[in-house]
Write a protein that binds this ligand. Sequence first.
Ligand code: SAH
Length: 491
Amino acid sequence: MKRGMVYLVGAGPGDAELISLKGKRALQQAEVVIFDRLINPFLLTYAKEDAKLIYCGKQPCRHTLRQEDIQKEILIHARKGKTVVRLKGGDPAVFGRVGEEAELLAEHHIPYEIVPGITAGIAATAYAGVPLTHRVHSDSFAVVTGHGSKKSGTPEINWQALSKGVKTIVFYMGIKHLKTIAAELMSRGKVSETPVLVVQWGTYSKQRTIEGTLANIARKVAQAGVTNPAIIVVGEVVALRSKLAWYDNRRLSGRSILIPGPEKKHLKLIDQVKQQGADVFAFPLLTERATADRHQLAGLLGSNKPRELVFLSAESVQLCLQAFGEHKLDFRHVHSPIYAVDPSVRQTLRSVGIQAELLEDSRLELPVFIGKEAEVESMRHQYERPAEELILTKQQVSQKNIEAFQRLIREQHVNALLITSRVEAMQLLTFLTLSGIEAEICNGLQLICKGKDVKLLLESQKIAVQSLIEGDELVGLLDIFDIEERIVMEG
Ligand code: SAH
C-alpha cells in the first residue's frame, strides 16, 4: 500500500505570492488539504482538481477540541496512504501548533515535512514599512503571544524582562488584551510615548494600520473597531513608517479584483494592476473534460456534405487535433474548407500547417462550429443561420474552485469582479448554476464588464453590472476606481 505523507505547510500571511515554492508544490500534489481560516483562499486553486479540501477554521471558544479533531483528520487520511497538506496561516511553527501535529505523526511513524512560511509579524510589518531591526533603532525583536492560557486569556509574560530586554516587540492574538499589554509595558519601564503600530489583515489588499503610542493605542484601536487577525508592534522602529510606507499608498491600494478566467490570458493586466497596488486573483472557475467521441470526429472526415469547419479558438485547434490523434483518426482525411473565427486562430491553424479563411468575410453553406462548450454556446447566440456544432470539451466544477470563489468573496478578500469576455461571462453563469451558488453572492462586489455585449449578457441573467470598460482594460479600471474615489472624497 502507498505510504501516506504529510506536509505541514506555512501558507504565508495573506498575499498569495508569499507562499514558498516548496509549499506551493506540496499543495499541487496533495490529495487532501486541511486548511485554516487565515490562509488566502486563492491558494486552494493550486490544489488538484479532485483534491479533498477540509476547512478547520478554529472557533476561539472550541480551541482544544478542534485541534484534536484536526489531528484526527490528518491521521485518518495519512493512514489511508494519502498525501496530506496541512495548510496554516503564516509560519506553522509560530503559534501554529505544528509541534503537536508533528509529534503525533512521529508517534504513528507517518513521514512528514515542515515547510516554513513567512510569519505575520515579519510580513505585516514589512508591508507597513516597519523594519523589525535597524542599525540605529533596534538590535532585537521578540515575537510574543498576547493571549494567555488562563481562562481570562490575559497573557502571562515576564513583562519586566520583555520591557527591558527587547527593543521591538510583536504581539500576536493580542487585540483583545491591548489595554493590559500597553499598561504592563508602561509600568515596567517602556515610556508612554513609545510608538505602537497595529496591522490588521497584513499583506492582504484590505490591510489596515493604526498608529499610536503605548498611552493611546488601545483607545485608537477600539475607536477604529480593529479586530483579529492583527499584530501589535511596539518599538521605535514604528516611527520609520512615516518615511518607509510603500504598500498602502499606491493608486489602487485596497482594491482587489477577481477575474474568473485563466491567469495566463490576463498576464499583462494582472502585472499592471498589481504594480498600481491592487490585488488580482485570476483562475478559471470551470475545468474541461473531453467530450467529442470517435463517431463525432469521424463525421468530419470526407467532403460529401457542403459545409465548413470553423475553429472558435486557438485552444480548440489543439484540442481537436489531439482528439483526432487519440481516436487514431487522420486529419488529412478532412476535406471541408477550414475557417478561423479571428486572425489569431487563423495564425494557430497556420502554425500547424492548416490554411484557413477568416469567418467574418465569408458566407458559409453550413458551418460546423468547433470549440469548447462555452465557445460554441457563445457562437450559437451570435450566428443566426443554420449551423452544426462539435463540442470538444465540457466544463465541470471542482470543490477547490467552489471553496476559493466563495471564500474570496464571503471573507471580503475581493471587492470587484472583472469580466472581460463573453466566454468568461458564460463561464461565471455556468459555474454558479453547476455549483449551486446563488448569483446574489456577487451583490456586494463592484461588477465591471468589458464590452456592452458582456454587460447585456450578465444583466439578462439578473446580475447587476456597475461599471463598463470599452477600450484598454487598465485605463478603464483606473478611470472607474479614480472616479469612484473622487465621489467618495466629495461625498
Ligand atoms: N502561524 C501564524 C500565526 C497564527 S496565530 C503566523 O505565523 O503568522 C494567529 C494570529 O496571527 C492572529 O491573531 C494575528 O495576531 C496574527 N496574524 C495572522 N495573520 C495575520 C495577518 N495577515 N495580519 C496581521 N496579523 C496576522
